[in-house]
Write a protein that binds this ligand. Structure first.
Ligand SMILES: [Zn+2]
Length: 244
């Protein structure tokens, strides 16, 4: 016996069920691909990173605002210092008593203001300190997450590659099997499959449609069981192709 194909499914409807099985397998692989635990893990890490980035941005804005305030205070303190130095140079040159008194008074007043500015500078620096610390710890945590995300990404790619390999194999089989079907039957099946949740053809089992699981009336059951060769019978309930 040379023709081993003779034992394979020659009947188009039996062949159609083979195609249907491959299509369900492919659907299941696509589902598993979407539901991969590795994808969940990566998404969780990405969500955490986004949260930390957002927190960092907020802290950085506040830190920058204080830093600008600090520069402003320093610039003011510097301008007071310059004015104090200028007054002291003139004081060293001497002058009329009242003029010297007035200049000394001004110098003291400027020095007081400068001290106030310096106190405020210290306060701002104290406020900045915990922010800098938080930024440091956030950036440390983000760096750790970056490594974990790379690993999770690689794990996901690996898991996807396994499922893709399996899907490519099943798709190849499906293509070869589908090529043996009458084009009209294949087109009808594909239209039904698209409309009916992935199942376009079902077997009649225990008197019920394998697609909608409803029992068939006796007359319909007989119709399916004794269909003429090449005749396609549809389930009255769900419209799927019924195969005896
Ligand atoms: Zn049905």
């Amino acid at each position: 016996m040379e023709d081993s194909e003779a034992t394979g499914p020659q009947d188009p409807l039996a062949l159609l069920l083979e195609v249907q099985a491959r299509d369900l397998h492919l659907d299941q692989l696509a589902y598993r691909r979407r539901q991969l635990g590795e994808r969940r893990a990566l998404e969780a890490l990405e969500a955490r990173a986004a949260e930390l980035e957002e927190r960092s941005a907020g802290v950085r804005t506040e830190r920058d605002r204080l830093d600008a305030r600090l520069s402003d205070l320093e610039a003011h303190a510097d301008s007071y210092s310059s004015r104090i130095e200028a007054i002291e140079r003139r004081l060293r040159e001497g002058g009329a008593y009242r003029e010297v008194q007035a200049m000394s008074g001004e110098s003291e007043s400027l020095a007081r203001h400068r001290r106030q500015l310096e106190d405020e500078e210290l306060e701002v620096m104290e406020q900045m300190e915990p922010l800098e610390e938080e930024l440091g710890s956030l950036s440390g945590e983000l760096a750790g997450l970056a490594g974990a995300r790379r690993e999770a990404s690689a794990a996901l790619a690996g898991a996807e590659a396994v499922l893709e390999g399996e899907a490519a194999e099943v798709a190849g089989e499906r293509g070869r099997l589908a090529a043996g079907l009458p084009p009209d039957l294949l087109a009808t099946y594909e239209r039904l499959r698209q409309r009916l949740g992935g199942v376009g053809a079902a077997r009649l089992a225990d008197g019920a449609c394998g697609g909608c699981h409803l029992k068939l009336p006796n007359s319909e059951r007989e119709h399916v069981l004794h269909a003429a060769p090449g005749e396609v019978v549809f389930c009255d309930q769900c419209g799927r192709i019924l195969v005896a």
